[in-house]
Design a protein. Structure first.
Length: 184
């Protein structure tokens, strides 16, 4: 048996986001026509209040994206990830520190380097994250694919770096979920 070297921790089952949570979050975010901007702004304000370090990180990353279409998608996806974790875990979701994000970005980079040099062929960190958070990563990927299909001329290549930031966000929020107590 060959065991591949990796730098990411497995996702505990108690920190996995269910597809039903994503359906609920999406329906709330896309509730009414013309309400999306207001819903996103409210979601980001909630992120600033509950996860201020994460909100600063995401705001910095979104402002580096070119053009309003790419920035809007990045903003939407970040708020979607935040809302999904809030809805799924509520009080079990701890506050993320800046060093948590830096540490997780370093681990994601190290994981990519380890996987690229593996004897079993190429595997990707995104795939490993998708194993732990399949519904969430699948939704992120489908939203990116849908946006690219709708507007293929937008500068989507810039979204690659931001997508890595979303993966860091998924990882760091997954790690911030406290285990279930005996009462849960």
């Amino acid at each position: 048996m060959f065991v591949e070297r990796v730098a990411l921790d497995p996702t505990p089952a108690s920190a996995r986001i269910a597809p039903t949570v994503l359906t609920s979050v999406l329906s709330l975010m896309l509730e009414g026509p013309g309400e999306l901007a207001r819903t996103l702004d409210a979601g980001f304000r909630d992120m600033e209040s509950r996860q201020p370090n994460l909100a600063r990180f995401i705001a910095s990353e979104v402002t580096q994206l070119p053009g309003p279409r790419v920035q809007a998608l990045g903003y939407f996806l970040a708020v979607l990830v935040f809302r999904a974790f809030e809805e799924a875990f509520g009080a079990r979701l701890g506050c993320v520190a800046t060093h948590d994000m830096t540490h997780m970005l370093d681990r994601l980079i190290a994981d990519g380097e380890l996987r690229s040099g593996g004897a079993a062929g190429s595997s990707y960190s995104e795939d490993a994250i998708a194993i732990g958070q399949p519904a969430l990563v699948g939704l992120l990927r489908s939203e990116v694919d849908r946006a690219v299909a709708e507007d293929p001329d937008a500068p989507w290549e810039a979204l690659d770096g931001f997508y890595e930031s979303l993966l860091v966000m998924v990882l760091v929020l997954t790690q911030a979920v406290a285990p279930r107590s005996a009462r849960d």
